[in-house]
Write a protein of this length. Structure first.
Length: 267
């Protein structure tokens, strides 16, 4: 099955954010601010990309949705980060309705006559065998997939992690339908995409299968997470990885704590 992932990289959508803005211009000013973009690019380089580059099953497409108004210096930095990563491509679009734009971007690259697997991705990491596990899950659930237009898959065990100049601080967690290491099997001709549905409500609209047996994700934790801008969000207690923990992160997610220290300690 065709496998497609989509990352919304500071795309100034109409909707799709928990932080409200009064205009598209105000949203772009927020998204493209220097502190936010510097942090976003560092997370993308150190947390998001390594595990995707190292996938044991390389047969997938990774779409990076950006605004066509992204300042040139940020776009150049983004383009440089995905050099040598043939599965990745940047897709630039003008501001538009969040769900419709994401749906169109997915459908422009998929073969609509065939079923496909889709996953959503942001400032986070998936395990290096996530694509392989996703394919296996779809195969194991072939009868369910064949009987339904859409079927959700969710790996709910992973880590919350904050990278900084000291390394990586984490907290292991089990959190269902969190939007990372989450995917959807989409039937032939179905136009809706995984981003047509709120990640924490996907089980209201389709059958879902969840897996808890092993850690499959790292949820990036930073001051500019959209989900952390609300006042009711509780702080997460994090502890620094010891050498064994750093070795585990390299093995599971291809995240290198020394690389994190270099990137977050520079400037």
């Amino acid at each position: 099955m065709q496998v497609i992932g989509l990352c919304r990289f500071s795309y100034p959508a109409m909707g799709g954010f928990q932080v409200e803005h009064t205009s598209v211009e105000e949203r772009m000013a927020y998204l493209y601010s220097e502190p936010r973009m510097e942090e976003r690019l560092r997370h993308f380089e150190c947390v998001c990309l390594p595990g995707l580059r190292a996938q044991t099953d390389p047969e997938f497409t990774f779409l990076i949705l950006v605004g066509d108004s992204m300042p040139r210096h940020w776009r150049d930095r983004l383009d440089a980060l995905i050099q040598g990563f043939p599965q990745a491509r940047v897709v630039a679009r003008p501001p538009g309705p969040h769900r419709q734009v994401c749906q169109d971007v997915f459908n422009e690259v998929r073969d609509m006559a065939r079923p496909c697997l889709q996953f959503r991705h942001d400032d986070d990491a998936v395990a290096v065998d996530f694509i392989a596990h996703l394919r296996q899950a779809a195969s194991d659930c072939a009868q369910i997939v064949s009987r339904h237009r859409m079927v959700g898959f969710d790996w709910n065990r992973g880590y919350v992690a904050r990278p900084d100049a000291r390394g990586i601080a984490v907290n292991e967690i089990v959190n269902p339908y969190w939007g990372v290491a989450q995917a959807m099997a989409v039937g032939p001709g179905v136009k809706q995409s995984v981003l047509n549905f709120a990640h924490d409500r996907i089980n209201r609209f389709m059958p879902t299968v969840t897996f808890t047996d092993r850690a499959m994700y790292v949820r990036g934790h930073n001051d500019h997470n959209d989900s952390r801008q609300k006042k009711h969000v509780k702080p997460v207690e994090l502890s620094p990885l010891d050498p064994d923990g750093e070795a585990l992160f390299r093995e599971l997610f291809a995240i290198d704590a020394d690389h994190v220290r270099r990137i977050f300690g520079a400037g």
